[in-house]
Structure formats: structure tokens, C-alpha cells
Design a protein around this ligand. Structure first.
Ligand SMILES: C[S@@+](CC[C@H](N)C(=O)[O-])C[C@H]1O[C@@H](n2cnc3c(N)ncnc32)[C@H](O)[C@@H]1O
Length: 243
């Protein structure tokens, strides 16, 4: 199957935005896993004085997790799909949260940074060139800044691969078909099978220049299917990392 990319993917998310929150609510643990990953950023002082980027924020579920993990942070949330952003904007947000229609690739030149931390949930598997987006993130993260990537990256075990396919064929694609978004949910299935395993994505982050890279599994049925990847932007010098 050809995966959806760029403009086609944004249009598919525009269409799916109407039912996205209802469908993800059917996934036990979707919100609690996002919150756990956001908390794994371990932002000090509830995020006071920090500027945090939510890359690929969708309808704002990951933004809400960030806000709960760091209620005093200033949050900039960006997404390529105007439909998903509209859903996010329909929700109540405090003054420190703002949403922008911006691709992850364009973050490098948009002038919205620098950021003290970046959270990217369910984004990297969807982008055409993950290395380019990681490089963009590095240009916008302060030295020593924290990155948490929450992603469907399989462990590498055939058991987890088979479980993912069974869940997609038995639940995800039938539900997506009912909502009129079969193409997007078939993309979800295949994009996970095609994307990096957790060890491969860990290596990718290290190659991109991040330090202290580690993969932490989530709990429940998605163990071995979803991971939080934690990393820091390399420091130019020790003083840069002392902030
Ligand atoms: C599966 S949704 C996840 C949304 C949100 N982070 C969450 O956890 O609920 C993926 C989101 O990534 C966005 N996306 C995909 N490719 C993108 C890109 N290149 N730049 C910005 N956003 C992108 C999509 O529009 C979509 O809203």
C-alpha cells in the first residue's frame, strides 16, 4: 500500500478531524499514555518560564497532556491539518497555549523558537523525511533541551507485529471505515509496520545528534507497540547545559 504523505495526509486528517476524538476515546489508554509520556519530559517547576513545542498537535489531545504535565509552561502547538487545528481551537485553553498552522518541516525557519522542550506524539511515522524533521527540531531546541517522542514503534518481536495487525484488522480499520476514513486508518496500520522499530528509532535519534537517548515502553496492551523516546539536544558547551 502507498502511504499517505504531505498534502494528501493533511487532507485525510482534515476529513477525519470530525470523528478523531471519538475514535481515539475508544482506545483504552490513549490519553493516559500521552500524559505519561509528557510527564516523562520531567519539566521542572511545572514548566514555569519554559517554552514548549507540541509538534503535530492534532485536535489538541497531546497539547492537553503537555498542559497537565507542565501547567505553567508557555505552549506552542503546530499541525499541518487545518481541520485538526480547528477542532483543537474549539476547546477551552489558557492564555499560555497557542495553535499555529505549520508543518513540522517548516518549524526550522518559522521563527517561533527557541524551545526548552519538544513533544511529538504520533507524528514521526507520518512525515516524509524523519531525519529532516529531527534536524529541524534540533535547530529550535535550546542546548540541553528535552525531546519526548511518543510513537507507534514496534519492539521488533513478531508477537507485537501480529498483535498490531490483529487490532487494526479487527477494530481500527472497521471503526475507521464506519467514520468514512478507511484510507487514513489503513495508512495508520501500514505506516506502523513500515516505520522504524524502537531500537531503530533510538539509533536514528542518536545519529541526528541527540544525547541520552532511551526508549521506554508504555503500559497495558500497547506494551511493545507504543514507546516514549526521551533525548536531549546536545550542548555546545557545559555552560549551555547548565541552564
Ligand atoms: C495521529 S495525529 C496525533 C495528534 C496529536 N499529537 C495526538 O496525540 O492526539 C498526527 C497529527 O500529525 C499531523 N502531521 C502529520 N504530518 C505532519 C507534518 N509534516 N507537519 C505537521 N503536522 C503533521 C497530522 O495532521 C495529525 O494531526
Amino acid at each position: 500500500m502507498t502511504l499517505l504523505r504531505d498534502h494528501d495526509l493533511a487532507r485525510a486528517f482534515d476529513h477525519a478531524s470530525h470523528t478523531y476524538d471519538r475514535l481515539t476515546a475508544l482506545n483504552p489508554g490513549y490519553r493516559t499514555d500521552l500524559l505519561r509520556s509528557a510527564r516523562r519530559l520531567r519539566l521542572p517547576g511545572e514548566g514555569a518560564g519554559l517554552h514548549v513545542l507540541d509538534l503535530g498537535c492534532g485536535t489538541g489531545t497531546s497539547t492537553r497532556a503537555l498542559l497537565r504535565a507542565a501547567p505553567r509552561a508557555r505552549i506552542t502547538a503546530v499541525d499541518a491539518s487545518s481541520g485538526m487545528l480547528r477542532r483543537a481551537l474549539d476547546k477551552p485553553w489558557p492564555a499560555g497555549v497557542r495553535f499555529l498552522h505549520l508543518t513540522a518541516e517548516a518549524v526550522a525557519t518559522a521563527g517561533e523558537g527557541p524551545f526548552d522542550a519538544v513533544f511529538a506524539a504520533y507524528l514521526f511515522r507520518n512525515v516524509t523525511d524523519p531525519d529532516r524533521v529531527l534536524a529541524a527540531v534540533r535547530t529550535q531546541l535550546r542546548p540541553g533541551g528535552r525531546l519526548a517522542v511518543h510513537e507507534y514503534c514496534l519492539s521488533g518481536s513478531p508477537v507485537h507485529r501480529a498483535l498490531w495487525t490483529a487490532v487494526c484488522q479487527g477494530v481500527v480499520i472497521p471503526a475507521g471505515t464506519l467514520s468514512g476514513d478507511r484510507g487514513l486508518y489503513r495508512h495508520l496500520w501500514h505506516s506502523v509496520l513500515d516505520f522504524d522499530t524502537a531500537p531503530a528509532f533510538t539509533d536514528r535519534l542518536t545519529r541526528a545528534g541527540f544525547t541520552g537517548v532511551r526508549a521506554v515502553p508504555v503500559a497495558g496492551w500497547q506494551t511493545g507497540i507504543v514507546h516514549t523516546f526521551l533525548a536531549r539536544n546536545a550542548c555546545a558547551d557545559a555552560a549551555g547545559c547548565a541552564r
